[in-house]
Design a protein around this ligand. Structure first.
Ligand code: PGA
Length: 264
């Protein structure tokens, strides 16, 4: 039984007062709705604030990127031990905004997935095609290439320590989410690829959808059998919107549990 997970990717947004309102609001609004996992990925300078507010609550936090190195002459980078020191459990790896600007490659994302696991962090690994690739019908080719870069590095078993996210670039920040049917098809294809290599792992690994998820479309997305949650950008900047998505995940988890009870 895969537990749903909703991840806020706050990107390069926020300040101390608005972060505080968001984090405290999220904790209290989801306090009695804990059938799903909630994670907030903050800009690095605010990780100490996330730690101060979220410590000893049910809400987890993480970074939005990390270096493959532990320390050294890497100006502007943040190391895995630094994320750990501020209580991070998760880290986003290979977001398309970093891939498209040339910082991240297939090889570097594969390497950093492995380093994250070795460092005791849970990588949230992003895959997704551009609009041009989508129009060329290359969604499967691109996402499998990105996923295989990790499998090559760490072996299929290594995936088990992470979370995967399908985020079509054309859906990110555009207000045009993929239809639940399209997202389901891609996730089922990715799960099927993993299944050929390790059937048990395919059953257990969580795969998220990301790209213009909001409180209005979350319910339908979460009703799809292979969608285990969402990676949320824009809608995580509004507490009410983000809480709406978390509550949809909580309700979807309850429905799954009921299904298991009625069909043992
Ligand atoms: P969005 O971003 O929800 O604003 O589309 C998602 C993401 O980039 O992770």
């Amino acid at each position: 039984m895969r537990r749903k997970i909703v991840v806020a990717n706050r990107k390069m947004n926020g300040d101390m007062p608005s972060n505080q309102a968001f984090l405290e609001g999220l904790v209290s609004a989801t306090l009695s709705h804990q059938r799903a996992d909630y994670v907030v990925c903050m800009p690095h300078p605010y990780l100490f604030q996330a730690q101060a507010i979220l410590k000893n609550t049910h809400v987890h936090w993480g970074g939005q990127n990390m270096s493959r190195y532990q320390s050294g002459a890497h100006t502007g980078s943040v190391s895995p031990p630094m994320l750990k020191e501020f209580g991070c459990e998760y880290v986003i790896i290979g977001h398309s905004e970093r891939r498209l600007h040339g910082h991240d490659t297939d090889t570097s994302t594969g390497e950093r997935f492995e380093v994250a696991i070795q460092s005791g962090l849970i990588p949230i690994f992003c895959m997704g095609e551009t609009l041009e690739e989508y129009e060329d019908g290359a969604t499967d080719i691109v996402t499998i290439r990105q996923l295989n870069a990790v499998i090559t590095e760490i072996g299929v078993q290594g995936l088990s320590g992470g979370v995967l996210a399908y985020e079509p670039v054309w859906a990110i920040g555009t207000g045009k989410a993929a239809t639940p049917g399209h997202a389901q098809n891609v996730l089922s294809f990715l799960r099927g690829h993993i299944e050929m290599l390790d059937a048990e792992l395919a059953k257990n690994i969580r795969i998220l959808y990301g790209g213009s998820v909001n409180s209005a479309n979350a319910e339908q997305l979460f009703a799809m059998p292979d969608i285990d949650g969402a990676l949320v950008g824009g809608a995580s900047l509004n507490t009410e919107e983000f809480v709406g998505i978390c509550l949809a995940a909580d309700r979807a988890s309850a429905t799954n549990q009921n299904r298991l009870v009625s069909f043992p």
